[in-house]
Design a protein around this ligand. Structure first.
Ligand SMILES: [Zn+2]
Length: 99
């Protein structure tokens, strides 16, 4: 009886057949100060570790889209919050300009 291994994205919960379709994602806090010139976390124990698929990594900005993928992206839908924020920003700018 064969054994089949599936990989599940912890974010979207989709199943994947190949290990290269998902990546380990971890959160760590470096002991270095804010002026450190590099982000090397090899010496830091990662306490939170998840398995995320490529679409989730790209959607969250952790992996870049290829140029072909960017062309296929639907234009971003404008949310009600975006509209309200823009209206408030316009009003504030108008008031600051008229002072
Ligand atoms: Zn996913």
């Amino acid at each position: 009886m064969p054994i089949v291994t599936k990989y599940v994205c912890d974010r979207c919960e989709k199943f994947y057949d190949k290990p290269e379709e998902v990546k380990n994602v971890g959160v760590a806090v470096s002991n270095g100060n804010a002026m450190a010139s590099s982000y090397n976390y090899n010496h830091v124990a990662i306490k939170i570790r998840k398995l995320w698929c490529h679409p989730c990594l790209k959607e969250t900005g952790l992996l870049p889209y290829t140029k072909e993928e960017e062309k296929k992206q639907e234009p971003k839908k404008i949310s009600l919050e975006d509209i309200i924020f823009d209206m408030i920003a316009d009003e504030v700018n108008d008031r600051l300009a008229n002072q």
